[in-house]
Write a protein that binds this ligand. Sequence first.
Ligand code: IMP
Ligand code: MG
Length: 183
Amino acid sequence: MTAISEFQKVVHENKFRTLIDREQIQNRIQILGKEITRDYMGKEPILIGVLNGCFIFFADLVRSVECDLEIDFIKLSSYGDEKVSSGKVEVLKDINADLGGRHVLIVEDIVDTGLSINFLKQKLMKLKPASLKIVSLLLKKETAKVDFDIDYVGFEISNEFVVGYGLDHKQVLRNLPAVYVMD
Ligand code: IMP
Ligand code: MG
């Protein structure tokens, strides 16, 4: 049995409940891509993906944006292997691009407590970008403590732990095709 059909089996055994299916994700990304294209046309933005969770969303999102753009990645850690944030954010891999005077768009998989995005926004603002905005596939509005807007949100979800489409539990399940709630 291949890895993916093993996953499907687990999904069908109801260990996971589909929260957002593949089609809903792709439809929403097309809309986000149009908005980002409209807002950044002629500005050649740099999209900064927050690893690891962003990688699938990032790849789909950039292909839905129809203007020139650059990419870079940063890797943060705050969760370890737990389902709740440790409260500390560490940079595990930093960006290489020079963001001074550039239009920067941070690409997140999910904003949960808001700890990571608060940290990242403060860090990147010090590099004096021309503008700094955030796109997140998912937003847990009940738990997010942010005193700024998440500029582009794919889906607002309730306070449940989700996996798949890039999101992990203990570093696995990222390759599940859609977003599932783990019970
Ligand atoms: P925050 O700092 O609490 O907003 O969340 C930081 C990171 O934790 C996110 O970018 C995700 O990588 C991860 N995370 C938060 N909630 C979940 C979840 O429900 N499933 C999997 N990863 C999550
Ligand atoms: Mg993340």
